[in-house]
Write a protein that binds this ligand. Sequence first.
Ligand code: AMP
Length: 117
Amino acid sequence: MSDCVFCKIAAGEIPANKVYEDDTVLAFRDLDPQAPVHVLLIPKAHIASVAEITPENSGVVAHIFEVAAQIAKELGLENGFRIVNNCGEDGMQSVQHLHFHLLGGKKMGWPPFPAQS
Ligand code: AMP
């Protein structure tokens, strides 16, 4: 996707603070961290969102979670962490390239959203 910022990061056209990279997955620090550790994990191939995951492309999602577990260990998140995905308009997804937020280094709150009637 030529206008996708995460495709550009995956292609090396935009710089990112990378913490992990292989042939299919990239992990890099979020520009606007919401926790002491805030890493984004993406497939290098463009998938727009969780809503676009299919039997044909879901293998990379399993791999992303393997990488997340590895990164969490490497970044010292032995006490736990949170993985977040925002999907679509109601999910407040702002970048239309599948990504998972790995957040840690502090005690999280729950529920993660304000109560509404
Ligand atoms: P979401 O709202 O779930 O779509 O999350 C998108 C995330 O991407 C936000 O947390 C942004 O801070 C982050 N972000 C956007 N552009 C960049 C970038 N060039 N490098 C690192 N993180 C970015």
